[in-house]
Design a protein around this ligand. Structure first.
Ligand code: BGP
Length: 484
């Protein structure tokens, strides 16, 4: 067999988030998170956020796929595929149910200890996301989430607690999942624990941000940047071997045409929605273009004199990102409106899309890996990538050749980037076991190698089944990405 282009110690694996897979939303003293207040939606009808839990409405995070109680079985299946890494999130509300409690919840700490120890037993390196839409709802009511600077201390108390607790079990940490999505008009409540002024931004899809919300968003994100940097600073005291990463939702934006205005627009969208966060977290400072961006948003970031030094000191070690699709930048408002993709870009006429309209573009992954590595020169991790599809279970399996094709093409693109000279540490495919979709709350938007018998209403046996892609990915891992 040809020698693999990937590093010998490359981390192949999968990723999940607590609120999308664990269920058990009230078990063992867990508090309510913002994700627990989102109902299930449908294609084109977004999820609804409710301040109180309504009788008769369905909240998928409450049950999900019961990974909280079935993690032993699930991780065993991951080990059978040969996973080298499992990206999971620790749910803040299992550790501090209200976010500002005096003492951590011992049962929550014990749970994640068992999960992490099991990963180690199988030789699986855990990659832990400290905040993946699991913001304590109590702090939303009390301070409007990240709007308030006091949230920083609560978060750092939580992250110090888990870093102390698991200092011998975890090396790789991610502070915030997809920290940049609010800039794309998405997930303001999930990501920032905030009530935006515009209701559609609770779980928006590329909706326009009004100045009122822009001020909330850029200041909330500034507080997250400080909280991330402080976590990094504190973490290095706890264990100097810890490695920290940012986690950015990649927004690959091509010009819709070669008109200079379109080229400029594509550049502008990509800088503003991507590198805005990356620059702060990797370089420790806001990019120069932030000036014109804030002017356009009519927003001002309120900083304290010590903030600059904190951001500089607390920079991350590696850059992690999710990659699903690309879009096009256009200066023509009419074209944008007519062909709107998600994230304020227009659809690309040359690309096919998933059943949920996400345009499939493996080349874009190679482009993004190169662009980002050139910019930061720190190792990269692809921590989310995959195809959401409406799988059909037949004779206890799913013939998901479409998923295998998608993943194969993206791994091939990643291999080309390695040959270009990009340093990539990991590939953790998204939703390695079927879980609840973040954007729609549906169970039928499935990503996994493992099918779970569970529907959008919380009905099903919860039985796990191996799909064709399960056996395929096992081969991929065994051959270190050669046998595709
Ligand atoms: C990212 C999130 C994940 C995830 C994934 C797929 O934005 O970090 O939580 O769910 O996208 O999205 P969806 O579940 O909406 O298909």
């Amino acid at each position: 067999m040809k020698k693999s282009v990937f590093r010998e110690d490359f981390y192949w694996g999968g990723a999940t988030a607590s609120n999308q897979c664990e269920g058990a939303w009230k078990q063992d003293g867990k508090g309510e998170s913002c994700a627990d207040h989102f109902t299930v939606g449908k294609v084109d009808s977004p999820r609804r956020f409710t301040k109180e839990i309504e009788e008769g409405s369905i909240y998928p995070s409450h049950f999900a796929v019961n990974h909280y109680n079935q993690y032993e079985e699930d991780i065993k299946l991951f080990a059978e595929m040969g996973f080298k890494m499992y990206r999971l999130s620790i749910n803040w509300t299992r550790i501090f149910p209200n976010g500002d409690d005096q003492k951590p919840n011992q049962k929550g700490l014990d749970h994640y200890r068992s999960v992490l120890e099991l990963c180690r037993k199988y030789g699986i390196e855990p990659l832990v996301t400290m905040s993946h839409y699991e913001f304590p709802y109590h702090l939303t009511k009390k301070w409007n989430g990240w709007e308030d600077r006091r949230t920083i201390d609560c978060f750092v108390t939580y992250t110090k607690t888990i870093m102390e607790e698991y200092k011998d079990l975890v090396t790789y940490w991610l502070t915030f999942n997809e920290i940049n999505t609010p800039l794309m008009g998405g997930g303001v409540t999930m990501s920032l624990g905030m009530m935006p002024k515009e209701e559609k931004l609770f779980f928006g899809k590329g909706d326009k941000i009004t100045p009122n919300d822009a001020n909330l968003i850029v200041n909330g994100m500034h507080h997250q940047f400080i909280a991330s940097a402080k976590t990094v600073i504190e973490g290095r005291k706890i264990n100097p071997n810890f490695k920290f990463g940012c986690m950015i939702a990649s927004n690959v934006v091509y010009p819709y045409t070669c008109k200079p205005e379109d080229v400029m627009k594509a550049w502008e969208v990509q800088q503003r929605t991507n590198y805005y966060c990356g620059d702060v977290m990797v370089r420790g400072e806001y990019a120069p273009f932030t000036k014109s961006y804030l002017k356009d948003l009519q927003a001002t970031i309120h900083t304290l004199p010590e903030d600059d030094a904190i951001l500089k000191e607390g920079v991350v070690d590696y850059y992690a990102f999710s990659y699903y699709m690309s879009g096009c930048g256009t200066a023509d408002k009419e074209i944008l409106e007519k062909n709107k993709s998600i994230f304020s870009t227009a659809k690309n006429p040359y690309l096919k899309a998933s059943e949920w309209g996400w345009q499939i573009d493996p080349e874009g992954l190679r482009y993004y890996l190169n662009e980002t590595y050139n910019r930061y020169k720190v190792p990269l991790m692809v921590v989310e990538n995959g195809l959401g599809a409406n799988d059909k279970l037949e004779n206890d399996t799913v013939h998901d050749s479409y998923r295998i094709d998608y993943l194969r093409q993206h791994i091939q693109a990643m291999a080309k980037a390695v040959e270009d000279g990009v340093d990539i540490l990991a590939y953790t495919m998204w939703g390695c076991i079927d879980i609840v979709s973040a954007s729609t709350g549906e169970m039928k938007k499935r990503y996994g190698f493992i099918y779970v018998d569970m529907d959008d209403r919380g009905k099903g046996t919860l039985k796990r089944y191996k799909k064709d892609s399960f056996y395929w990915f096992k081969k991929v891992i065994q051959s270190n990405g050669e046998d595709l």
